[in-house]
Design a protein around this ligand. Structure first.
Ligand SMILES: Nc1nc2c(ncn2[C@@H]2O[C@H](COP(=O)(O)OP(=O)(O)OP(=O)(O)O)[C@@H](O)[C@H]2O)c(=O)[nH]1
Ligand SMILES: [Mg+2]
Ligand SMILES: [Zn+2]
Length: 355
């Protein structure tokens, strides 16, 4: 099978190979999701698709269901343009949150992404603690994070804001953008790259869809002014959608999140500075509360570590329910949660070896 269309949608050798395990099915990428109904692109065009009964009943959690960005195996159901999703190929990366209003159900925001743009506006939405939260999830996604600060045209103290963001970014690239004057757009384009997929995530109203429209060169996506009273967005985008850029990049627009509850996350990577400090505490099991010789407390006292940042580190750590697991169990739990367990990974590796 020669895939010229799907290559435009980011198909890599790795997924092409995995797809050969499923003879008789057609390879496709999910481009839209509307509750139970999906839109997928195959080599020969678009199809509407639903999940097969078998996939539905064998799935252990919401993570087993397809999401936008997923590579899937489809079978025609005989009716024009309609298809059934039988398999979801092993994800290379996934941005997962805890579904809003649930105790612990996962929700896949985007799958198989190379870059995750954490979008935050330089006006109403600006919040360092929220940024730390997004970074914690992004580091766990296996995609490369970048911080996109939007609406620079509305910001009067850009230099100050930048210093604040640099204080929590731990080396993650920061792009300052304005859809008003085009600032930062070349860099955003360059960070996506040909054949690579970038997801735009963040609160409602920060300008995700506006940016994508500008990158597309047309107003394909609806946008709407934020509310005057409290500066909050109006939740204009209602479903996740994958689109192709003219320069060969692939983008995923997502609805603004009211809150990002952690399902999984990498606190150590996000708060590298604090974990480095902790290695200098006198006691290796220091809780950084009132022990003598605590390097974390000392850093807070001398102003080099913000107390609020430390508080958020502890809060996010508690929110990720990995408590009581050692590092190996934690790693296993992560694979289980995000990638369907070791068995799925092993099968996939075996299939690669056979080739
Ligand atoms: N001044 C200024 N306004 C912007 C900029 N980017 C977006 N906006 C405006 O911000 C408002 C919200 O933009 P959207 O693109 O709808 O925001 P969104 O992040 O997609 O929001 P949801 O779909 O609700 O998640 C619109 O009125 C845009 O015109 C910018 O760089 N500068
Ligand atoms: Mg939008
Ligand atoms: Zn300590």
């Amino acid at each position: 099978m020669v895939y010229t269309n799907l290559k435009k949608y980011g198909l890599s050798d790795r997924f092409e190979q995995e797809a050969t395990m499923y003879g008789g099915f057609a390879l496709a990428r999910i481009t839209e999701q509307h509750r139970d109904l999906y839109k997928a692109v195959r080599e020969d065009g678009y199809a509407k698709a639903v999940v097969s009964g078998k996939l539905r009943y064998s799935s252990g959690s919401a993570l087993d269901f397809p999401a936008v960005g997923d590579w899937v195996m489809l079978e025609d159901d005989g009716t024009d343009g309609n298809a059934v999703i039988h398999h979801v190929l092993t994800r290379s990366s996934v941005f997962v949150r805890q579904a809003a209003g649930t105790a612990g159900d996962a929700q896949v925001v985007a799958a198989n992404i190379d870059v995750v743009f954490i979008c935050m506006s330089l006006n109403a939405d600006f919040n360092l603690r929220r940024l730390e939260r997004y970074l914690t999830v992004a580091w766990d996604s296996r995609a490369k994070p970048a911080i996109v600060l939007t609406k620079s045209d509305l910001c009067e103290d850009l230099a100050e804001r930048l210093v604040e963001v640099e204080g929590v970014s731990m080396g993650v690239p920061i792009v300052v953008c304005s859809s008003e004057n085009g600032d930062g757009f070349d860099e955003v384009s360059a960070r996506i790259g040909t054949g690579k997929t970038a997801a735009f995530i963040g609160s409602s109203g920060v300008g995700k869809s506006t940016m994508i429209n500008r990158l597309l060169g047309e107003n394909a996506l609806a946008t709407q002014a934020i509310r005057e009273g409290d500066g909050k967005g109006r939740h204009t985008t209602t479903h996740r959608q994958l689109l192709l850029l003219l320069n060969g990049g692939i983008v995923i627009d997502t609805p603004g999140m009211r809150e990002l509850s952690l399902y999984s996350g990498d606190v150590s990577r996000t708060f590298e500075d604090i974990e480095d400090l902790a290695t200098q505490c006198k006691f290796s099991n220091c809780t950084h509360s009132d022990e003598p010789g605590c390097a974390v407390r000392a850093a807070i006292a001398d102003g080099s570590l913000a107390e609020k940042r430390f508080g958020n580190y502890q809060k996010l750590g508690r929110e990720i329910n990995y408590e009581g697991l050692n590092s190996r169990e934690r790693e296993q739990e992560k694979i289980n949660r995000m990638f369907g367990g070791k068995k799925a990974l092993k099968n996939f590796q075996k299939s690669l070896k056979k080739k």
